[in-house]
Design a protein around this ligand. Sequence first.
Ligand code: SAH
Ligand code: SF4
Ligand code: F3S
Length: 438
Amino acid sequence: MSGLKKVFIKTYGCQMNVYDSERMVEALGGQGYVETNRAEDADMILLNTCHIREKAAEKVYSELGRLKPLKQINPDLKIGVTGCVAQAEGEEIMRRMPVVDLVLGPQSYHRLPEHARELAEGRKAVDTEFPAEDKFTELKSRPLTRRAPAAFLTVQEGCDKFCAFCVVPYTRGAENSRPATAVLAEAQGLVDAGVREITLLGQNVNAYHGHDRGLAGLVRDLAAIDGLERIRYTTSHPNDMDDALIAAHGDCAKLMPYLHLPVQSGSDRILKAMNRKHSAEQYLRLIERIRAARPDIMLSSDFIVGFPGETDADHQASLDLIEAVGYGASFSFKYSARPGTPAAEKAPVADDVMDHRLHALQALIARQQRAVQESMVGREVGVLFEKTGRMAGQIVGKSDYLHAVYAKGDKALIGQVCRVRITESGPNSLGGELVGSS
Ligand code: SAH
Ligand code: SF4
Ligand code: F3S
């Protein structure tokens, strides 16, 4: 077929980047591009990058080194860097890697079609301004192609919290919420295209203010959409969990019983140095209130070990907090100094100490995760089946609590929420038997 060009996009980092990558491919659709999953076949390669930790940023440069020879095979190939590394490092990327043709920040990707035209004329482009116009109003509405049963939908972007370790306020800019009407229209379109579960995304999603009743108001309006069966949201900040949102967990049946509520540390001294603006005790009280509204809610968190100044006692306080909460899952990271953030000025904790603490914390989290998974055996849960499994006759989906669940069943059940009795707990998933569809 003449005229069709191929774009290959590789996504790093958080779910917001996953969403942005989809929208970038869609935006290029108007320029005659189709997506390919083979970099060797592409006319344009985009790396949608993450700057959160040093390792994440360095991955981009090694990938660019690997991609370089492809330009010898296809001299017309264009290579672009988008996302948070693009925003943080700008032109520096082209200086370090002349193979790059385009550097495009996360707030400017609605301009991708015009940049694609510039690139086709042999020019290079760097676009990392925070533009006055909002990309979501500039982007064309999403094509009505058949979609997978579970989808992401970005409703809020940016962050005004300025945690002392974090680059997000610099790479994504100030907090900005999309109007509820735009979100509801996009959600309706997704449902019309076969989506049954929507995860609302934002760096601080519960600070959403595009609805006069906040995120809780948006969730309730979404719950009124016929055919949308499940709603989730991520990531939340403890200080933005308001009463209305907690209440929604108690009485909005479509809002799933899973909440990712990062606390980062259990030590008040470290929480203060991190600029998190709440204590460990306040976090634990909040968890009590959420559990009072929805006793079976599954909780997860993020933890940073080795923040500058962290002592053994501070680390123990994190372990104590984890014991006190009982998480279903958690993510933990060694502190990584990020240029331009306040914490990067401070003396680091020794690397071997960080390794040791990370190991201890992850062992505790893994123990809790296993215990929660095992507690599911014998229970009946809802599962939205999303795809076929590796074994013949097997289908795979996510439970209400976000566990991966395998069961024997017909492919026709993909896209449906079914009742499943959990019969076994494996390392990263559960096995079950179909009870019937709801
Ligand atoms: N907006 C979310 C998460 C943003 S980044 C929130 O407020 O929780 C995801 C996670 O990466 C953070 O929760 C934190 O645990 C981790 N992280 C962020 N900056 C980091 C750094 N400099 N070093 C190590 N981990 C970091
Ligand atoms: Fe980063 Fe803190 Fe904002 Fe989360 S709340 S994005 S950790 S600054
Ligand atoms: Fe990474 Fe940017 Fe997301 S730094 S975690 S891709 S907001």
